[in-house]
Design a protein around this ligand. Structure first.
Ligand code: PLP
Length: 401
């Protein structure tokens, strides 16, 4: 057995079977390219599922991590963390200041947001009846029991009953369906500005603004889950900046520390008062290493002009996907560098993604039928053209089921 076969055999015998990974072991990366243990090169349009904002092998990020690792990796939140405080200052200069709670993933950020919303309503506002949460059909908020309970897709929920009670699901983009569910028992509404895992569905114009007004009218908190749309992915640092609306609670993860695990829950000053010492915590949350990475990524986004690049390359990708749709059918959608092609009826997205990988292009699937592009924010037009060229070839050779 060669070393790749040995590694795959270990995976087969030792790992839980909760993933469906391709039979590939990645070894190193540079920018938007990866190389596996066989030395094969891949063009990466997945960025570790919308995570590696600066791409792979960024020397500045590696140096910032090495320097921090040499000084201090972890101390817990028993003490203040210098890099965390520097990062939170940088974050506060973006479109949402408030107060931050640090954790390690998107699911955890949403857990924190949901807990804070309930506690603020029940303790600060003295409304113990406000226990319920409204979410949306097609949403994805994570895999922990709390975040799964507000995830509006049966395939993720099946077999995990009983989930957290008091959650109802409105139709994404339909304000009337929210208005029917909202009331004096509602603590919060949680929504993704663009349903990403659910198939890259952009909220219709004005929907988030109207949702904001409806929540305010009913004394309900509005949580934006920007785990996938945040950190520049749609062309502004937060997705909501394009919608003229601000939430009460905002959750982030994925790209925030360029691939080092970090989640953040931000809350307005008022709502943040719902957490007092001892009410919520995380051992690793915002530790020196993750915070050093996040600080580096935040600075790099500005210094490298990555928001502008995201807008420009997003427009390029969008025109290329429109071209693919004209040739092969299907519907392109998305914003910035969160886009996809909903394949025409009958095409198998898993087969298309598998064939693309065999030809050296990494893509992922969203919503079952959408081939998703979430490249690093440093992507260039030339790399997008290369990716589109490979996908074009794969679609030309694909026949309906
Ligand atoms: N929220 C959204 C919008 C996501 O896209 C995801 C992951 O895809 C999550 C939450 C869960 O994040 P994590 O996998 O880091 O727990």
């Amino acid at each position: 057995m060669n070393s790749t076969e040995t590694l795959l055999a270990t995976a087969d015998s030792r790992l839980l079977k909760n993933y469906r990974p391709a039979p590939v072991v990645m070894r190193r990366g540079k920018g938007c390219e990866l190389w596996d243990t066989e030395g094969r090169r891949y063009l990466d349009m997945t960025a570790g599922i919308a995570v590696c904002a600066l791409g792979h092998g960024d020397p500045g990020l590696a140096a910032a991590l090495a320097e921090q690792a040499g000084q201090l990796i972890h101390t817990s939140n028993l003490y203040y963390v210098e890099t965390q405080l520097k990062f939170v200052e940088a974050l506060a200069r973006r479109a949402f200041a408030g107060r931050a709670f640090f954790c390690n993933s998107g699911s955890e950020a949403n857990e924190a947001g949901l807990k804070l919303a309930r506690r603020y309503q029940q303790v600060v506002k003295a409304q113990p009846q406000r226990t319920e949460v409204i979410s949306f059909v097609g949403s994805f908020h994570g895999r922990t029991v709390g975040s799964l309970s507000v995830t509006g897709q049966a395939k993720y929920r099946q077999g995990f009953d009983p989930l957290v009670p008091g959650v109802s699901f409105a139709e994404f983009g339909n304000l009337d369906s929210v208005a029917k569910l909202i009331g004096d028992k509602t603590a919060a509404v949680i929504v993704e500005p663009i349903q990403a895992e659910g198939g890259i569905r952009v909220a219709p114009p004005g929907f988030l603004r109207a949702l904001r007004d409806l929540c305010r009218q009913h004394g309900v908190l509005l949580i934006f889950d920007e785990v996938q749309t945040g950190v520049g992915r749609t062309g502004t640092f937060y997705g909501f900046e394009q919608e003229d609306v601000v939430p009460d609670i905002l959750t982030l993860a994925k790209g925030i520390a360029g691939g080092v695990p970090m989640g953040v829950m931000l809350a307005s000053d008022t709502v943040a008062s719902g957490f007092e010492p001892g009410t919520h915590a995380s051992t690793f949350g915002g530790n020196p290493l993750a915070s050093a990475a996040a600080l580096y990524v935040s600075n790099a986004i500005d210094q490298l002009g990555l928001l502008k690049n995201c807008v420009e390359q997003g427009a390029h990708l969008s025109s290329k996907l429109a071209g693919l749709a004209a040739r092969h059918g299907g519907t392109p959608r998305g914003r910035g560098l969160l886009q996809g092609l909903d394949l025409r009826e009958g095409l198998d997205a898993a087969a298309v993604v598998g064939k693309a990988r065999e030809q050296g292009l990494l893509l992922s699937i969203a919503g079952g039928s959408v081939v998703r592009f979430v490249p690093p924010l440093i992507v260039t037009s030339a790399l997008i053209d290369e990716a589109i060229g490979i996908l074009d070839g794969v679609l030309s050779g694909s026949t309906s089921k």
